[in-house]
Design a protein around this ligand. Structure first.
Ligand SMILES: O=C(O)CCC(=O)C(=O)O
Ligand SMILES: [Fe+2]
Length: 132
């Protein structure tokens, strides 16, 4: 998955960019030498311009000299700010050894807008197949 911020979602929904934390629940070990989450420290402080244009959303998949990776054990939690630029490095392994399961629980701010069975799917979910 190429470089992106999670907060871009707010713009797609036609909202101001709010504060957001993404809590990751990791179900598998992840040795950073074989892939996994990479992020650019401090980029959550770079303002709207940086959030929009620091990199090309999802298209740019290159390693950055300033990126950091994490040695993750199954059961660990990670928390990242939604404004932070991050990407996922493809595993250098194949098969079972490459398996990496993470559940993200977004903690969002703003008006309380619970979904119902009548809620429409946000249109940007139609592009998921393009994000690799
Ligand atoms: O797979 C991951 O750990 C990160 C995924 C991610 O950044 C996303 O879905 O926005
Ligand atoms: Fe993300």
């Amino acid at each position: 998955m190429g470089w992106h911020t999670d907060s871009i979602r707010d713009l797609f929904l036609g909202r101001r960019v709010g504060t957001m934390l993404n809590v990751g629940i990791h179900l598998d070990d992840q040795d950073p030498r074989s892939g996994g989450l990479r992020l650019l420290p401090g980029t959550h402080r770079q303002g709207l311009w940086g959030m929009l244009f620091h990199k090309r959303y999802y298209m740019d998949k290159h390693a950055d000299p300033d990126e950091v990776a994490f040695d993750i054990k199954a059961g660990d939690l990670t928390v990242h700010n939604g404004n932070l630029w991050h990407r996922v490095q493809r595993s250098s392994l194949v098969g079972e050894a490459s398996r990496r399961r993470v559940m993200y629980i977004p903690v969002i701010t703003g008006v309380y807008e619970p979904k119902t069975e009548k809620s429409r799917m946000p249109f940007y979910h139609r592009f998921h197949h393009l994000v690799k």
